[in-house]
Structure formats: C-alpha cells, structure tokens
Ligand binder design. Structure first.
Ligand SMILES: [Zn+2]
Length: 70
C-alpha cells in the first residue's frame, strides 16, 4: 500500500501572536470567528477560566462565548 501523503492543512493567523498556524482552534465569539494557535488558545483558556470565576464573584455576565475544537 502506498503511503498516504498528508493533506496540506489550512492555516490561519493567530489573533494573539500573529503567527500562521495549522494547529489552531476556532473560537466563536459574538464578534465572529477568531483563530488562535494551540499555544495561545491554551493560555487564553486559562485566563478565561480565571475571569469566569472573577465574573461569578462580581455577578457580571461577560456574554456567551462558545468554544469549538476542530
Ligand atoms: Zn498564537
């Protein structure tokens, strides 16, 4: 059997570091879709979790963000 060549993945510019990456996550926000590389995404998720705790404490609603892993 012939080796399957890996398909060229689509690349997107990370909104945080500006690098083109094929290892990205799509994030749906109320402003539209944004793309983050996996490094920035994980970093960002950690901050989001923290800010969610913070907003729970102050009773503020930050608006719904939906996350999709693709
Ligand atoms: Zn990045």
């Amino acid at each position: 059997m012939a080796k399957k060549r890996e398909k060229k993945k689509k690349e997107f510019e990370c909104i945080d570091c500006g690098e083109m990456s094929s290892d990205y996550y799509k994030v749906q926000t109320n402003k539209g879709n944004i793309y983050k590389c996996s490094n920035c995404y994980e970093d960002w998720m950690r901050r989001m979790v923290r800010s969610q705790y913070a907003s729970q404490q102050t009773g503020m609603n930050n608006g719904g963000l939906n996350y999709t892993d693709e």
